[in-house]
Design a protein around this ligand. Structure first.
Ligand SMILES: [Cu+2]
Length: 151
């Protein structure tokens, strides 16, 4: 009697396992492309809008030395090759951040309380650096470097 119950349990487990495998197989047949989760800005959906701010990490060491680092936030973004991207960078921390994007002719300055807006289209895949010329390295209260991943 006990043996029969065990057998029934095994059969149910087998059926559940089979259904799970089948569902997995069906799921795998569908393309894995994800849906865009970045706002495409409604009416002008051909332009991808990236919003950033300038931020600052600030701290003090045990010996009382003040250390700080200016940052682009978010520090890494991902955009599509050949698609027009609009950057909207608001200056929050730091008076001015003169910047350029490597591999492009994009240059500008983000000032405190102002929003710098510019459009750029990347024609080649790769990782481009958004560099603040004033805070490029740790020695200069950086590294204020953002990474634009073009896929
Ligand atoms: Cu800066």
């Amino acid at each position: 009697m006990k043996f029969v119950v065990l057998k029934k349990g095994s059969l149910i487990l087998f059926i559940i396992g089979f259904i799970a495998l089948s569902l997995g197989a069906v799921w795998m047949m569908f393309p894995k492309e994800s849906y865009p989760t970045v706002s495409m800005n409604g009416e002008s959906s051909s332009v991808q809008v990236i919003q950033m701010v300038t931020g600052e990490f600030s701290s003090e060491t045990e010996s009382g030395e003040k250390i700080e680092s200016y940052r682009w936030d978010p520090g890494t973004i991902v955009v599509d090759k050949g698609k027009e991207v609009q950057f909207r960078i608001l200056g929050v921390n730091g008076m001015a951040h003169p910047f350029y994007i490597e591999g492009t002719d994009v240059r500008g300055t983000v000032k405190k309380g102002e929003e710098s807006i510019f459009n750029v289209t990347f024609d080649k895949k790769g990782t481009y650096r958004l560099v603040c010329e004033t805070h490029e390295s740790i020695e200069n209260d950086g590294p204020m470097i953002g990474y634009i991943v073009v896929k």
